[in-house]
Write a protein that binds this ligand. Structure first.
Ligand SMILES: *[C@@H]1O[C@H](CO)[C@@H](O)[C@H](O)[C@H]1NC(C)=O
Ligand SMILES: *[C@@H]1O[C@H](CO)[C@@H](O)[C@H](O)[C@H]1NC(C)=O
Ligand SMILES: CC(=O)N[C@H]1CO[C@H](CO)[C@@H](O)[C@@H]1O
Length: 372
């Protein structure tokens, strides 16, 4: 807001510095692209961007005097999470929203508004607690029991019907907890995404080619990602979402693909849909951590608690075997976890301890947590 005001006044010195900054940034990017081409990198713009974003030295914008840097317009992004009205989805959304509100107020956050995109077709009892937009589920039977196919359809409807103030969107999920204030990690036309180790387009070339024909480019254009977490320009997502929906349904209807990709099918569908639109993502490993595999929070942004955390009382991971101490979201399919969960025994990694403390802080402060 401060930015817009002083930009309006148009201090000539500021404008000159701004122009110089853009010139240098463009020059750097072009140099890097040429550089990577001359190395036989095939001109992969993402490689160039990785260098640009990785090496802060190369970014003249960050070397502006502090006073000027504060004048940059804020690039707020809207936080959107798709959800259902099942108790299991609801308690996760409440914790997610609690931490969104805290993180949004912190220094370095570029988080804007928030919407729970509820794809159960009708309002539920959280409408007053969490900003919510109700959309329709897929027609009966279309998802063939694979409920996450509703996600692309939910985004298509929301983008079409809702008024969204921000130009950028973070696609998030109920089991995400903001552990640090999240800046806008995207750069221009390059959205930012988290690379998943188990999404391997290059190792599934035959299947990918059914949906991403050769004339579109090499299979390596398909990023090893899903739709979440991703920070993307709204205008890009408006193009990708309908394709994402179509590709998901086509993949689900192809028995070979359905069998091979199973529960990650809709992630591949997003990766393919964005490649079909020529969109490549900046891959940010620090976007989120997934306990118990990632041990430290450090300067990462999101804790994703999709895996069960099972430990012996000596603090040894017993993954896949119910631990003497455990936190697993699937223990609470029918209703919320109680307040004040017991903390893990000594020796359990910081990421898991932080997760449980954050869940406890949220449940202690959300009014009427267990319906009392
Ligand atoms: C999705 O599929 C439908 C039906 O096959 C088709 O009419 C529509 O044009 C497709 N849209 C996109 C964006 O691919
Ligand atoms: C939480 O539980 C611990 C024991 O696990 C207990 O000592 C503590 O008083 C409880 N805190 C609250 C706020 O209930
Ligand atoms: C596309 C875009 O404007 N991205 C911005 C996101 O926010 C960071 C930090 O303020 C900027 O450096 C990016 O340029």
């Amino acid at each position: 807001m401060i930015g817009r005001k002083s930009m309006g006044k148009g201090s000539p010195l500021f404008l000159i510095l701004l122009a110089l900054g853009f010139f240098l940034a463009t020059y750097n990017l072009v140099t890097l692209v040429l550089h990577s081409q001359s190395r036989g990198g095939g001109g992969d713009p993402r490689a160039a961007l990785k260098e640009l974003t990785g090496a802060r030295r190369a970014d003249p914008v960050t070397e502006m005097p502090d006073a000027l840097r504060r004048e940059e317009p804020r690039r707020a992004f809207h936080v959107a999470l798709t959800a259902t009205d099942a108790p299991y989805s609801k308690w996760q959304c409440r914790i997610m929203y609690y931490w969104y509100r805290k993180a949004r107020e912190m220094e370095g956050s570029e988080m804007g508004g928030f919407t729970r995109v509820l794809h159960s077709g009708s309002p539920d009892d959280l409408m007053g607690e969490i900003p919510t937009f109700v959309v329709n589920p897929l027609a009966a039977g279309m998802d063939r029991g694979y409920i996450v196919l509703n996600r692309p359809w939910a985004f298509v409807q929301w983008l079409e019907k809702a008024e969204i103030e921000e130009d950028y969107i973070l696609m998030a999920e109920p089991d995400h907890i903001f552990v640090n204030p999240l800046p806008n990690l995207s750069r221009g036309n390059f959205p930012a995404a988290f690379p998943f180790f188990y999404i391997k387009p290059s190792e599934n070339e035959k299947l990918i080619r059914k949906f991403y024909p050769e004339e579109k480019g090499p299979v390596t254009n398909v990023d090893p990602i899903g739709n979440s977490p991703v920070i993307i320009q709204k205008s890009q997502l408006e193009k990708i979402a309908p394709t994402w929906m179509n590709v998901s349904l086509k993949m689900k209807n192809d028995p070979e693909t359905d069998k091979a990709f199973g529960w990650v099918l809709e992630m591949y569908a997003y990766a393919i849909a964005s490649a079909l639109h020529g969109v490549q993502h900046i891959l940010r490993k620090d976007f989120m951590i997934q306990p118990p595999w990632d041990l430290k929070v450090g300067s990462t942004f999101i804790i994703h608690y999709t895996y069960g955390c099972d430990y012996s009382l000596k603090g040894e991971l017993t993954y896949g075997k119910i631990g003497e101490w455990r936190f697993d979201k699937r223990s609470y399919l029918r209703g919320p976890p109680p307040r004040n969960l017991s903390l893990p025994p000594p020796g359990v990694p910081e990421s898991v301890v932080t997760l449980v403390k954050m869940v406890n802080e949220a449940t202690a402060n959300i009014p009427g947590w267990d319906g009392e």
